[in-house]
Design a binder for this molecule. Structure first.
Ligand code: THU
Length: 139
């Protein structure tokens, strides 16, 4: 992936984080998902007074993309920060989001965790969710 597309994804994730509905945690998360055809779907976290009904930013982006017919994915950028603050740590995807990624992506899918366009780290899904459970286990 080029440096330009990495930066574009991080900027899109940051823009999406501004729409976070996070009235309970005050923690904004934004994600930008790059599809195989070059389309980008963004997502933010959407909280709920029944906390377990909260949807993470990454899953929002994936569910938007899958519901629009996308099935091939290259990379996702994620950024998170407490309301009124700058991103102070890398926001890694939670376990449920990693499992959702594994449903649609291979181990080389790229996960970019960013504090800014110039401060980010890139991991593969295989690194963040090794030995995962998938459809191939159910044969
Ligand atoms: N959150 C995400 O959006 N993505 C993650 O991978 C981890 C957590 C959100 C959920 C909740 O709205 C807030 O961050 C605090 O947990």
């Amino acid at each position: 992936m080029s440096e330009d597309s990495t930066k574009m994804l991080i900027e899109s994730a940051y823009e999406a984080s501004k729409n976070a509905y996070c009235k309970y945690s005050g923690y904004h998360v934004g994600a930008a998902l790059l599809c195989g055809d070059g389309t980008v779907f963004t997502g933010c976290n959407i909280e709920n007074s029944s906390y377990g009904a909260t949807n993470c930013a990454e899953r929002t982006a994936f569910f938007k993309a899958v519901s629009e017919g996308q099935r091939s994915f290259e990379a996702i950028a994620i950024i998170g920060y407490l309301e009124g603050n700058k991103p102070e740590s890398y926001a890694f995807p939670c376990g449920i989001c990693r499992q959702v990624m594994a449903e649609f992506c291979t181990g080389d899918f790229k996960i970019i965790v960013a504090k800014s366009v110039s401060d980010f780290r890139v991991f593969s899904l295989g690194e963040l969710l090794p030995e995962s459970f998938g459809a191939e286990n159910m044969i």
